[in-house]
Design a protein around this ligand. Structure first.
Ligand code: LMR
Length: 394
């Protein structure tokens, strides 16, 4: 039977991660996969996570099953972190998922069950696993313009023009903050305009929020998501804790389905737990429980928020250092966008050949579309990268 299996295309981010690991050079710089690194190059377990794990280890008396939708206290705590008071709890259905990717996959499955003819709209560009999951689930998809290659900012008029083609019942995937791969984000006014357009079109937004707290702060990063959830009759939100709690391998995420009509919320809840049962039964609990403990305990939460703020401001400082180093070397402000972008990523705007040159000659690994993980830099590698960018002729 296995002879009928076709070779699958490699995920380009995972392929790059493997290539970096296999490179024997000491001076290589990893700006590939979206993982936070501290100035010494480590991805630490956050202090509040370590403390919560210790408390959990002492207090936990069973590893028996939780609930199909995960621990309700986790659903409440994380949904409040994302949504604030934008919607009431009776408008919200939620089920824990294995990571943000699990939440995206489950969201598309839910869409397929409700409306298999929906087209799913993605920003151009987007995280490569979005189209891959949609293709895997055999749903139709379309692109909307998002990034202006010249200004390296959002092409908002292009985005609105393309979203004008959305049909009732179509799903529009939006990055809640810290757009992956570009780093260019909508402002509050633009979020409101998108919300109004989607209402007019009868579309369902699916918000992927995987970097809350990495851009402008926990509430500021959720502002667009809250506008959408409070405005649209129905909204789907896939939230990830991998990055902002640093629990990548624990696979901690949440799928939320919000409806202004509480009967529909109930139907969504039943379908979310049904989907969990079909796909994996109970979602992983360890990461979810640690996140819930941190969010519900004032001392742990204060510790977590302080460390997250260190991470966020550290990335902002690296952005400024890199933009400054390039300004010095080129005498121009054309790399100023790096300091304007937010989150882990910026799209540099280099050609595939220039990206390959930086890898081969300078040991710098960035994704082929020139997405750089800013959190992979430190004081020393900022200069190495700036030299490589100039040497590659970007
Ligand atoms: C990324 O974009 O690098 C991260 O979201 C990790 C992943 O799973 O691709």
């Amino acid at each position: 039977m296995f002879e009928h299996l076709k070779e699958q295309p490699q995920d380009k981010i995972m392929a790059l991660m493997n290539a970096y690991r296999a490179d024997p050079r000491d001076n290589k710089v990893d700006l590939g996969v979206g993982v936070y690194k501290d100035p010494t190059g480590n991805t630490p377990v956050m202090r509040a996570v370590k403390a919560a794990e210790q408390q959990l280890w002492e207090a936990e008396t069973t590893k028996s099953y939780t609930q199909l939708g995960g621990d309700p206290a986790f659903v409440t705590a994380l949904s409040q972190l994302v949504l604030g008071d934008a919607v009431s709890q009776d408008q919200l259905a939620g089920a824990a998922q294995p990571g943000g990717t699990g939440a995206i996959h489950q969201a598309i499955e839910l869409v397929k069950m409700a409306n298999p003819d929906a087209t799913i709209w993605l920003s151009a560009p987007t995280w490569p696993n979005h189209p891959s999951i949609i293709r895997h689930l055999k749903m139709a998809m379309a692109d909307y313009r998002y990034f202006d290659d010249d200004s390296r900012a959002v092409d908002f008029s292009g985005m609105m023009a393309d979203l004008g083609g959305v049909k009732p019942g179509d799903v529009v995937v939006l990055h809640g903050c810290c757009h992956n791969p570009t780093g260019a984000n909508l402002n509050t006014e633009q979020w409101k305009e998108v919300a109004e357009l989607l209402v007019k079109k009868g579309a369902i937004p699916l918000i992927d929020i995987a970097y809350q707290g990495f851009g402008d702060g926990l509430d500021a990063d959720a502002a667009g998501t809250r506008i959408i959830a409070a405005t649209l009759p129905e909204t789907l939100i896939a939230a990830s804790c991998s990055k902002n709690f640093g629990v990548y391998r624990e696979r901690t995420g949440l799928l939320m389905a919000i409806s202004q009509d509480t009967q529909r919320t109930k139907a969504a809840q039943g379908n979310l737990t049904h989907l969990n049962r079909q796909n994996f039964s109970f979602p992983p609990d360890h990461g979810a429980r640690v996140v819930q403990m941190i969010l519900d305990d004032p001392a742990l939460r204060a510790e977590w928020e302080a460390e997250l703020e260190e991470v966020r401001t550290g990335m902002l400082s690296l952005r400024e250092q890199l933009a400054g180093a390039l300004q010095q070397r080129t005498g121009s402000d054309r790399f100023g966008f790096i300091a304007e972008h937010r989150g882990m990523f910026s799209r540099l705007g280099a050609t595939p050949e220039q990206v390959a040159h930086m890898k081969d000659k300078h040991g710098i690994y960035m994704v082929g579309d020139s997405r750089m993980n800013i959190a992979g830099l430190n004081r020393d590698s900022v200069d190495i990268l700036a030299d490589a960018i100039v040497d590659a002729g970007v």
